[in-house]
Design a protein around this ligand. Structure first.
Ligand code: ZN
Length: 440
């Protein structure tokens, strides 16, 4: 079945200007992008009437979707205190079914806000994979690997969780073309150094990507220097983590772009196979700081956007993240040219998909996956948009409330307020019951 998007403004992160035209989608891919004459032979026509935009689907490149169940717990506390006192005790009560229902709830929010792919690190990840497949959304998943202390059975949690992560890879990687699996060593402060090296070696040997938290807080910078007795750039070099094809560093707030100085210095690190996932709102909310994103944009490194979990944002809305990313660096550096809107759009789409091994996703090009967002421009805040300025209207004036439809692999998952693949009310009910059972 072919779908024709007729008379829409076509925009992606690599177009200097939008094009007014038509897009035909068939068998999960973009079959034709045309201007002028309307292509024929479509089973279904979406009338754009010159007041809709078609964008690539957004990629939420770092989240913990099941934390939808923990939203609002322990607000306005520093990261470590928040984790230790509020989050970890409740997480300890989570059962596999809770993870499924919480993730399904998070997916509802992501679909309504234009996300077609999310990267998730948590535990009991079979529930995350199943919730993604049930909805039909793409997902890059990894098991959070933590803790070198042996449990009552004498087995260290880090060993057990690595084994579980490898099992997840064998079970889910590549499933239905929707899922990829990475290894998920949680962070340098939760994974012993030698174990981190071993996980990196496993990833390199088996050709698996790595997704981990890195230098989210200044506390972590101090931990590395005081406890591990090394500088963070030494840590990256010693673990070999940047040699992994598809290393994804979430946050990176306290990383220094000078480490990637391209002047040819032997001390410089090569970030060309890595992606830093910028999570501006979570970093602001937890008071973690501001990633020097504008300076990373000059380096050879992928840059993507993530919401982080719903309890530190508190939205799973990448559109909102685009706006925050485009604004915060201008303010922080007192430079209105920092982090332009079009670059932010590319980070929220193409670069997020690439980071997790999703090829041919994130641009509106013939032969690329039909992961698309239909945006209603027939609203007061779009008065005066045109081909030249659409990216800035989308990022600075628009919001996810303008999303009419979200399509993954040519299939509508969300359109005009309705979910096409899942039962919204049932998911909402189950998620609420799950929340009650872990918080009471
Ligand atoms: Zn995180």
């Amino acid at each position: 079945m072919a779908t024709l998007f007729k008379d829409v403004y076509i925009l992606d992160g690599e177009r200097e200007r939008a094009r007014r035209g038509h897009v035909v989608v068939s068998k999960g891919v973009i079959k034709q992008v045309a201007e002028g004459a309307v292509p024929s032979a479509a089973d279904k026509v979406i009338e754009g009437r010159g007041v809709h935009a078609l964008l690539p689907g957004f990629v939420n490149a770092h989240t913990h979707a099941a934390m939808t169940l923990l939203r609002g717990l322990g607000e306005e506390a520093p990261l470590m205190e928040w984790l230790q006192k509020k989050i970890w005790p409740v997480e300890a009560k989570l059962k596999p079914e809770h993870i499924y229902h919480g993730t399904a709830g998070g997916i509802l929010e992501m679909l309504a806000t234009g996300t077609t792919c999310f990267a998730d690190m948590y535990f009991e990840m079979d529930g995350v994979a199943q919730a993604a497949l049930d909805a039909g959304i793409r997902c890059a998943l990894c098991r959070g690997i933590t803790d070198g202390v042996a449990g009552p059975d004498g087995v260290r949690k880090v060993d057990r969780s690595l084994e579980d992560n490898l099992r997840l890879f064998d079970k889910w990687h590549g499933r239905e073309g929707l899922l990829t699996v990475q290894l998920g060593p949680h962070a340098p402060y939760t994974v012993p150094f030698d174990d981190m090296k071993r996980i990196v070696a496993t990833a390199k040997q088996r050709g698996i990507g790595i997704h981990f938290h890195f230098l989210e807080t200044e506390w972590e910078l101090g931990y590395m220097q005081d406890t591990l007795k090394m500088r963070p750039d030494e840590y990256l070099r010693e673990t070999g983590i940047l040699e992994v094809r598809g290393a994804v560093l979430a946050h990176g707030v306290w990383m220094n772009p000078d480490w990637a100085d391209d002047s040819g210095s032997r001390a410089a690190l090569d970030f060309s196979m890595a992606t830093i996932v910028h999570c501006p709102k979570s970093n602001m909310k937890l008071g973690s700081g501001v990633t020097p994103l504008d300076r990373w944009m000059d380096k050879s490194v992928g840059l993507a956007l993530g919401t982080d979990g719903a309890s530190s944002n508190n939205r799973l809305d990448i559109w909102d993240e685009m706006r925050a990313a485009a604004l915060v660096h201008k303010g922080a550096t007192r430079n209105p040219t920092a982090v332009p809107a079009l670059d932010v759009l590319r980070m929220a789409t193409l670069e997020g998909a690439r980071a997790f091994g999703f090829a041919n996703k994130g641009l509106i090009r013939e032969g690329w996956a039909a992961d698309l967002v239909l945006v209603d421009l027939d609203k007061p805040h779009y008065i005066g948009f045109d081909e030249e300025n659409l990216a800035s209207f989308i990022v600075y004036a628009g919001s996810s409330a303008d999303v009419r439809g979200t399509m993954v692999a040519g299939k509508w998952l969300y359109l005009d307020g309705d979910y096409k693949t899942v039962n919204r009310d049932e998911i909402m009910q189950k998620a609420l019951e799950s929340r009650k059972s872990i918080t009471s």
